[in-house]
Design a protein around this ligand. Structure first.
Ligand code: PMT
Length: 399
């Protein structure tokens, strides 16, 4: 699973300014993009494969004949929300304009329906050559965005038009094409998902019905908006989200210890996991026999949000969830408001889980309770949509 609008392919062709795309890659990552780099063979003379792999944190394929079984030119064409080629040489412009496909990058371009942004960089004579101008207008007619190069000093003593443009120009074209929301770029958000399990013996546990769908939807939505997301997943069996760091835990005690280490580093915590309120006092190393199974001593689990409230610093935002079994909306609000206050939360989403509703479902229904008492009634909507509404509230609290 990839965050929507955040998966980008960076093609690099063989010009001296290829080194500037190392900084471009870093800045794209700061904005929450997951970037696959596809360098042409000529560009490897300027910046090597190892540099791209180290910077992107992803495997880099440089030719059509690697990983043939996974058909990378088709999968990369389909997976990426945008193709950006920086720098683009005069030769590559000519190839793209004539629809050639003789290497990995040109095959991907030809196979992709994603928006394409081209960043030409070359000597002024080459840029102003009528052949290059004709290729640029063919590409523009076909919907490619071709960014005008900057004016200035070239390699050697030449001065003129053809320089790799300022990165801000590239970013505004990306924003215009993807129309994606980057309002959480640069923010670190922790999301807890799923339900904790408290082992009784090697085969049994105390648990709950949480599937993790709500927490995963929140993590995906936050990553889509550019956040650096750390998902703490309690026993959820759901596909990983590319670009989202995951820590898997089983029990409430494990969740508390991960949060004690991670919470001080984040801007916001969204606690959608269903946490078991108690664990067995004496875990049995061996399976308990049927006849020995009459009563169980329980020990209360720590209240994790109460502990978080003790270490919370000003500026950090904490969002809680509450699962209640009262169908009256006014009672939900009352119960939610009490929990919001007792746990020192900034926001709380209360959902009515009578008869196991909402657990495992793709939709939800409830009330968002705000510490400023501006509550929002949520009719039945998808967990994805709720995630975006909650994140809108979170963004306005983060300021
Ligand atoms: O995972 P899904 O199938 O998509 O279902 C979603 C959901 C129903 C699990 C989700 O919407 C939800 O309601 N999650 C919170 C459930 C819950 O634990 O509610 P609670 O009322 O018991 O706890 C209130 C808050 O305190 C929660 O944020 C909880 O994470 C936290 N808590 C609870 C117990 C505890 N010992 N420490 C805590 O911090």
């Amino acid at each position: 699973m990839f965050p929507r609008g955040r998966k980008l392919l960076l093609g690099v062709s063989g010009g001296i300014s290829a080194y500037k795309s190392c900084e471009l890659l870093r800045r794209l990552q700061d904005q929450g993009f997951i970037v696959d780099v596809v360098p042409t063979a000529a560009s490897l003379n300027f910046v090597g494969k190892a540099t791209w792999e180290a910077l992107s944190g992803r495997k880099v394929i440089t030719d059509l004949w690697s990983d043939v079984e996974s058909v990378p030119h088709i999968s990369m064409a389909k997976e990426n929300d945008l193709i950006l080629i920086a720098p683009t040489t005069a030769d590559l412009l000519a190839k793209l304009a004539s629809g050639r496909a003789d290497d990995l990058l040109t095959n991907i371009v030809l196979a992709s329906n994603a928006p394409k942004i081209i960043v030409p960089a070359m000597h002024p004579e080459m840029w102003l050559n009528p052949a290059t101008s004709a290729n640029v207008s063919i590409l523009r007619d076909r919907g490619f965005v071709v960014i005008e190069p900057d004016q200035g000093r070239m390699t050697g003593l030449d001065v003129g038009v053809g320089r790799y443009p300022d990165l801000s120009k590239i970013f505004s074209e990306i924003q215009a094409k993807l129309q994606n929301n980057s309002d959480l770029a640069g923010r670190r958000i922790i999301v807890t998902a799923g339900g904790t399990r408290e082992p009784i013996d090697p085969v049994r546990y105390i648990g709950n019905r949480s599937s993790g769908k709500q927490g995963f939807a929140l993590a995906l939505a936050a990553a889509t908006r550019g956040a650096n997301v750390h998902l703490i997943s309690a026993n959820a069996d759901l596909p990983e989200i590319d670009g989202v760091e995951v820590t898997k835990i089983e029990t409430a005690t494990e969740l508390l210890s991960v949060l004690e280490a991670e919470f001080p580093k984040c801007d916001a915590l969204i606690m959608s996991a269903a946490v078991a309120d108690a664990r067995v006092s004496n875990y049995s190393q061996n399976k308990i026999k049927k006849n020995d199974f009459e009563t169980m001593d329980l020990t209360k689990n720590p209240d994790i949000l109460a502990r978080i409230a003790e270490i919370k610093k000003s500026g950090q935002i904490v969002v809680g969830f509450a699962a209640e079994t009262d169908s009256k909306s006014e009672n939900l609000v009352k119960l939610g408001t009490e929990k919001l206050r007792s746990k020192s939360l900034d926001l709380m989403y209360v959902n009515n889980v009578t008869d196991g509703a909402i657990f495992g479902s793709d939709s939800t229904q409830g009330v968002i309770i705000d510490s400023n008492e501006k509550n929002i009634d949520i009719p039945e909507i998808s967990k994805d949509t709720l995630s975006d509404i909650l994140l809108d509230q979170l963004v306005s609290k983060l300021g």
